[in-house]
Design a protein around this ligand. Sequence first.
Ligand code: CA
Length: 235
Amino acid sequence: MPQVLLLEDDPAIAETVVFALRREGFEVQHHLLVREAHQQAQQQRPDVAVLDVGLPDGNGMDLCRQWRAAADPRLRALPVLMLTARAEEMDRVIALETGADDYLTKPFSPRELVARLRALLRRSSLATVPAPAAAALFELDEDGQRIRFGGHTLALTRMEFRLLATLLSAPGRIRSREWLLDQVWGLQSEATDRTVDTHVKTLRAKLRECRPDLEPIATHRGLGYALELPPAHGG
Ligand code: CA
């Protein structure tokens, strides 16, 4: 039975979500406070987390950011769906930059939430071993929109930056082309699977200029891309 951590302070929304998830066979732990949700995530290892943004003692996006930077690889890889208030591009970008895997805009249908969580759980079951060694070679400067690799600042286009930052947000996790298109380019854009491949290619060339001995973006045939290093470098 997949265990869902739900962090939501609106009682009406929480009640609907808890009811819908339990009916679909999920086990749900509901929290009103960021502090409690963080404690449970550390102690009970939920399979997926659903985070509201505005909570009485903090912010769900900050919590997600905290997990993505955590020393514990299981917290770093915990799939997160963010519940945002508005469908505006900025919210989507911010939700993504916290390292969230998906987001839903309120009001949402419980059925949609269940479908998204199932998809997240399927994707996370494809995850390879988290690769902190690969991620440690990178330094992400979000304010400056720059990424350093092996001590060199990469000269990246805006989309290359977003693509690499997205892969970096969950090292070891395999991301499909469709997912990357949605997260990096947005569903409205005219980008295609081919666009993803082209950007990965130019990104790899730039990474190779810094470290010819490493190939940190791995291709998983039929599945997508992941940031990882082969075992020789990953230990
Ligand atoms: Ca709230």
